[in-house]
Write a protein that binds this ligand. Sequence first.
Ligand code: ADP
Ligand code: MG
Length: 730
Amino acid sequence: MSNIRFRALEHTVNRQPVKVIPPSNKVSDYFGINVFNKDAMHKFLPRDAYQAVMAAIDLGERIDRKIADQVALGMKEWATSKGASHYTHWFQPLTGTTAEKHDSFFEVSFDGKALEHFSGGALAQQEPDASSFPSGGIRNTFEARGYTAWDPSSPAFIMESANGKTLCIPTIFVSYTGETLDYKAPLLKALHALDKAAVEVCQYFDKNVTKVFATLGVEQEYFLVDTALFNSRPDLSTTGRTVFGHSPAKGQQLEDHYFGSIPERVYAFMHDFEIEAFKLGIPLKTRHNEVAPSQFECAPVFEEINLAVDHNALLMDVMDKVARRHNFKVLFHEKPYAGINGSGKHNNWSLGTNTGKNLLSPGGNPKSNLMFLTFFVNTIKAVYEHADLLRASIASAGNDHRLGANEAPPAIMSIFLGLQLSKVLDEIEKSVKDKKMSPEEKTALKLNIGKIPEILLDNTDRNRTSPFAFTGNKFEFRAVGSSANSSNAMMVLNTIVANQLNDFKNEVNGLINKGVKKDEAILKVLRQYIVDSKHIRFEGNGYGDEWVREAKKRGLNNITTTPPALDAFVSKKSVKLFEENGIFSHREIEARHEIMLETYIKKIQIESRVIGDLAINHVIPVAVSYQTKLAENAVALREIGMKPEVFSVQSETIREISDHISVIKTNVEAMIEERKKANKIVDAREKAVAYCDAVRTHFDVIRKHVDKLEMLVDDEMWPMAKYRELVTIR
Ligand code: ADP
Ligand code: MG
């Protein structure tokens, strides 16, 4: 059989699990061996340099050039001792993947002597050719200069590949004129703003708190598909998703995949990438099957957010590389298969202090619980005030398929608190009045607040349909797409919470200055926030149509597509927020907005081309061949004297095929026309809307008829691997 589909299938038949041998049976023996972590630094750096790096990590202090030289020297010694020959600044441009530019340690000195060298300058800053990374008009390509600058708060690491090892230095990426061009720089700024605001608020409760950091645990969902099958589907290999494909007879209806046993080949893959992740200090903890067939999930133990984001980006890269050894392709797309659940990246977020406290964990006594409630309610208020911006932070062409499709949270932002805490907030709302509280009222309230149990974890009901849910000691932002860099969503979340905490502090101080006692002032402001932000709280089923109606009544937005969702980034309110908190200048956010629109346009444009090509060059010819076969058969039957009733099925099928072909052809042509029109539009927003509303609308129609043909045409002739084949792992 010459059909590419069958050749691919043949490849998959004899696949065996790859044997994986861990460096040791104990993970602790090799965890972080490829990381320039505290231990390694201690060993390879002089005392001064070590302390300077620690101060940079803990206090954000600058590292001067002389010290940078010492760090570079130690880092090079460490890296070469481990067999690294090259180094690279590792960064996260807005393309969504990670980027590297490798340089050799090897140098030839002026007198011709060969040596290994790495200077503080090379460690601290590099000038990659930035012209090919998106910059949203900030940096003209002829002025192709952007800088990467060392982020000492995320440790350097060694990437191993079959043919060598490279020292990777996490960096931010900025334009020649200083504007941010990546995900990391704004996140670091947001974390700085949050630290400052949160520490000030903590001072009301605990003078020992001098640092607050956000924590993040990322649950990563993904699909696996055999490489042979992946390569046989041009749509999957160019867009990351299948643009055609009839749903299989057995999809996820039976839900037997979830928590079922992991197939051997997949198990080997998981084991293998976990080993690589452990070596890189990525603390993976859980692995399991997901709801859809061939869908899986892994999650690490949470970490400080900057590190957690880096680790997630690195993990995706590691998974992709390791998958090749196992003849798998990892699909991080939010919706690789229509009709089958898509993938998300739940972002578990909380706040931690230098004193070891989780600020979103109740403490078991009134004082500690008031502190908890402060951060809890302020987060709710922040999400309420900036729900549209939070929605914008997760907008992408891929995620549009998922949000609101009754498998992932809707595009409406809301918060789930659970019964217990909802009640606590309701009581505060009722008991704290505008007038001065009586001593009895105060005691009653204190008692109430004191009653919040220390361990909420087991009591919090699990509502899986909420985009933003409190889960006992953290919030879980579930609407983030599986392919996204978490930075974007986390930058927004931390910025809005920082901003909110500043407002809170000002309001409380205002009351204190008027003579109100501290605790009462705090409660008064919190009560007002509880009242103000009530509409964002929703405990019911987020998948139902009722919620869509109810949300509308409440005035909550339900923006289902990316181009309008992105507007919130450049609204007056957001620009003010970003500027006041030192995250983006107006120019930077405009540029970023443009990049996001362009990314969207490109994605839809590519999908549209793939749909057109596949429909015209693969599907229609095959359908026509089959039609010819049927026609020849009908003619032969007539020739031997059969009546038309005998070949009525053939005739009917021939007609049906013609009808489908005709609709496909007309729609592909119309789609191409719309694309031409859209391409003439100069304004990025308008162009994105045209792609969304005029081009993309043809996708479903074309697909519907192609999928019908898939059911009509002889299975032997169908060129593309079918869903049942793609999602079955042998
Ligand atoms: P579930 O599937 O029930 O949501 P998981 O155990 O799969 O739970 O994932 C929970 C994630 O939340 C893990 O990555 C975990 O480390 C993380 N997490 C736990 N506590 C915190 C915290 N304080 N801050 C941030 N993330 C946390
Ligand atoms: Mg979860």
